[in-house]
Design a protein around this ligand. Structure first.
Ligand SMILES: *Cc1c(COP(=O)(O)O)cnc(C)c1O
Length: 377
């Protein structure tokens, strides 16, 4: 909306095309459309990078109406794209502004910054990089930072003076967001200080590469940078296991038996798992995770496509199953519930067996009991 206001202030009311690489998070095209733009998707290369030739072609084709590029850096496939400076130049040369999705600032803070790559707007997911708890639907906070030419258009507020002198309307009711949530980020930044923030980034990158290296031979990383490394996250390819009848979701469910909530499944590539340890996990925890993954790989190797009555397809295993008098599965209860020694120390019991996720996502089921149910009998 700020970019649109900028174009309009220059009489460029027609600039409404937003280029978005195909690897982008779904929130990017959704945001562009909400801001009144038309999305044009650009291709990725085999290595998962932005296809610069395709991007240049589309930027030039739409140069009269180009409003913006939305780009994530480092991108969700977890490598630092070397050509980002060239990409922002192509957009600027064709009259567009560059919006950098800052969801992956955890791989930048203290080492580089969105200004270096020529971004004009960047949002910070305070609920990601800056310690506000993330998940369960919030609280998300995403302030934007902008280059000088966009400052006049920053959002206003009807009660408290904020934003620039040609401000767009208020985006949220509270002028500076939730003081309860934002204080957490403030505390995180103040307590770590400049050197601590930089160290967090370094450790996040180190942790990702540690896991990448430990899983090598069991799980291959889909994309690596020019030096064979990941940024702060990596994608492991689970598609080859289809030969054993195993899907990525089976690995995700089996991880629960090992006491882990699965990392991101099937984003940005279907059939893969994206692992982002961040700086917060200890080496012991990462080792437990890698041990679990390697053990699961052995389990995958031992199952066959023709027989799906196995420890992976039946995962997760509940306490009810394990303690039932009857046990008819072709592997032991030990193997089902305590596959590695460490699990014994702090067993997490999944409360239900597998649910049909896709069905649940597509069918809204209201569980509100009728008011009569609250009446005393
Ligand atoms: C998480 C993420 C988003 C969305 O952020 P939310 O504020 O959590 O909805 C957008 N882009 C990328 C690359 C992300 O990883």
């Amino acid at each position: 909306m700020v970019i649109r206001a900028y174009h309009e202030s220059r009489g460029d009311h027609h600039r409404n095309i937003c280029l978005i690489p195909s690897s982008a998070h779904g929130t990017n095209p959704a945001s562009a459309v909400m801001a009144g733009m038309k999305v044009v998707v650009t291709k990725s290369t085999e290595k998962g990078n932005i296809d610069i030739d395709d991007l240049r072609e589309k930027a030039e084709l739409h140069k009269d109406n180009l409003a913006a590029l939305m780009v994530t850096y480092p991108p969700p496939h977890g490598v630092y794209e070397a050509s980002l400076g060239d990409i922002t130049k192509i957009i600027h040369d064709n009259g567009g502004q560059v919006y950098m999705d800052g969801a992956n600032m955890n791989a930048q803070v203290g080492l580089t910054n969105p200004g270096n790559i020529g971004a004009d707007v960047c949002h910070l997911n305070l609920h990601k990089t800056f310690a506000i708890p993330h998940g369960g639907g919030g609280p998300g906070v995403g302030p934007i930072c902008v280059a000088k030419q966009l400052v006049p258009f920053l959002p206003s507020n009807p009660l408290v003076k904020t934003g620039g002198d040609q401000a767009i309307t208020a985006i949220s009711a509270a002028p500076f967001g939730s003081s309860l949530a934002c204080l957490i980020s403030y505390g995180y930044i103040k307590m770590l200080g400049a050197s601590g923030l930089k160290r967090s980034t370094e450790v996040a990158i180190l942790n990702a590469n540690y896991i990448k290296k430990r899983l090598q031979g069991s799980f291959e990383t889909l994309y690596s940078g020019e030096l064979g490394r990941a940024a702060h996250e990596m994608i492991i390819d689970c598609r080859p296991f289809k030969a054993h009848g195993i899907e990525v979701v089976d690995i995700a469910k089996r991880l629960m038996d090992y006491g882990f909530h699965a990392p991101t499944v099937s984003f940005p590539v279907a059939g893969t798992m994206m692992i982002e340890p961040t700086e917060s996990e200890s080496k012991q925890e990462m080792d437990r995770f890698c041990d679990a993954m390697i053990s699961i790989k052995h389990e995958i190797d031992s199952v066959s496509k023709d027989d799906d009555n196995n420890v992976l397809k039946n995962a997760p295993h509940t306490m009810n199953m394990i303690t039932d008098d009857e046990w008819l599965l072709p592997y032991s209860r030990q193997q089902a519930a305590f596959p590695l020694d460490y699990v014994r120390d702090n067993k997490f019991w999944p409360s239900v067996r597998r649910v049909d996720d896709a069905y649940g996502d597509r069918n809204l089921i209201c569980t509100c009991a009728p008011i009569e149910a609250y009446m005393e009998a």
